[in-house]
Write a protein of this length. Structure first.
Length: 138
């Protein structure tokens, strides 16, 4: 009890616990979504119908020593190996825009620092390959 006989409110404590529980739930959901995105990329790459973002995700799998977010039963030998910079070559504006969105999605979900670094480099490569940089916008 506080001075004056008033009971201390437990609402902030309950709200704080609920916020922490919600934060944990969102983090778990993000990990699940990331794992599913990586799994879909592997499936599409194995089937020969990978999008550019899939090729980057598969390349990251080969580079990621921890295999963070990938299933242990995924075999690297069946996956195509690509030069990440080559993924950006020959893409039109629409394809680059889709690739940018995919990169942004991985950046939003990825927790591993080295994996985030990979996606940041991909974002820079995407800007570098963007056709609007090659034209005069003055």
């Amino acid at each position: 009890m506080r001075r004056g006989g008033q009971a201390r409110s437990s609402i902030p404590a309950k709200r704080s616990a609920a916020d922490a529980q919600e934060d944990a739930w969102v983090a778990d959901e993000d990990r699940f979504v990331l794992k599913q995105a990586k799994k879909k990329a592997i499936i599409r790459a194995r089937a020969g119908r990978a999008d550019p973002i899939d090729l980057l995700a598969v390349t990251l799998r080969a580079l990621d020593a921890t295999k963070n977010g990938y299933d242990s039963d995924d075999d690297d030998q069946e996956l195509p190996a690509v030069d990440p910079e080559a993924v950006f070559e020959g893409l039109d504006d629409i394809q680059l825009d889709e690739l940018d969105k995919g990169i942004d999605t991985y950046l939003a979900l990825e927790q591993s620092r080295s994996n985030r670094d990979f996606w940041n480099v991909c974002a820079v490569l995407s800007v570098d390959k963007s056709p609007w940089l090659l034209t005069d916008h003055a």
